[in-house]
Design a binder for this molecule. Structure first.
Ligand code: SF4
Length: 238
């Protein structure tokens, strides 16, 4: 287990320097070593975020840092399978799942903005239901890990293994940035990692139900997200 102490909060300048140095030094490191570095460097001020598409990064992080906090954004629009995956992860893995929720329920949002905001203004819907709650939920952390991979889409091709999240002034760790889908599949098979059942039902990337469809042969993994719209990311990673 890593030395997961409560650590003093570092200044944004210190964190940015740390991110720059680690980004260079850890570019070729294994995912597990990247997470061990994050656990040793940030202790309890480090968390993993998971969409519960699969639990690969949460599993890796629990090996590097047993009891690690796994932050899940419950937008109110998830597939039941996604909520089930979250509950299963909490039940069987050595992690602490933290569920963040938007300020408004879906009903409250519908009352203020009208129903199906996701169809009319998905950027605003994502801002209210994803970006804002994550912003608030990450306040107590200096660093967060994501499951971003360079091979997922052109917008993610430049993802650093350790980078600087200028918007939130935090270190952003993407331990499997260099992995391919084959690497992910091999890790899941080797370790029996929980995955969202929708991944074996034609979905390649799982987000909110109204904005996710199955992918067609030859499409990239995120083609089923906001399909038919000029939108590829929710703003969490922008
Ligand atoms: S993915 Fe769709 S439903 Fe979910 S927050 Fe964004 S716009 Fe709203």
């Amino acid at each position: 287990m890593s030395t997961a102490h409560i650590r003093e909060q570092r200044s944004p300048a210190e964190l940015r320097d740390l991110a720059g140095t680690a980004g260079r030094e850890l570019e070729e490191a294994t995912a597990l070593d990247v997470l061990r570095w994050a656990a040793d460097t940030f202790g309890r001020r480090f968390c993993v975020t998971s969409s519960m598409e699969d639990a690969v990064v949460a599993h890796l992080a629990s090996r590097a840092f047993p009891g690690v906090q796994v932050v899940f954004l419950d937008t109110g629009y998830h597939f039941p399978e996604t909520i089930g995956t979250r509950d299963a992860v909490e039940a069987v893995m050595d992690v602490e799942v933290i569920t963040l929720t938007p300020r408004q329920s879906v009903a409250q949002q519908d009352a203020q903005y009208g129903p199906k905001l996701h169809d009319r203004d998905p950027d605003l819907c994502c801002a209210l239901r994803k970006v804002q709650p994550l912003e608030e939920g990450l306040r107590e952390y200096d660093a967060w890990a994501t499951g971003l991979r360079r091979d997922e889409s052109p917008t993610r091709a430049g993802t650093p293994v350790v980078g600087w999240d200028e918007k939130r002034k935090k270190v952003k760790v993407s331990p499997i940035a260099r992995w391919t889908q084959d690497d992910v599949d091999a890790y899941i098979a080797e370790h029996g990692v929980l995955t969202n059942p929708l991944l074996t039902d034609g979905y390649a990337s799982v987000g909110c139900a109204p904005c996710t469809r199955r992918v067609l042969a030859g499409e990239d993994a995120r083609a089923g997200r906001w399909a038919g719209r000029n939108k590829t990311e929710c703003g969490l990673h922008g």
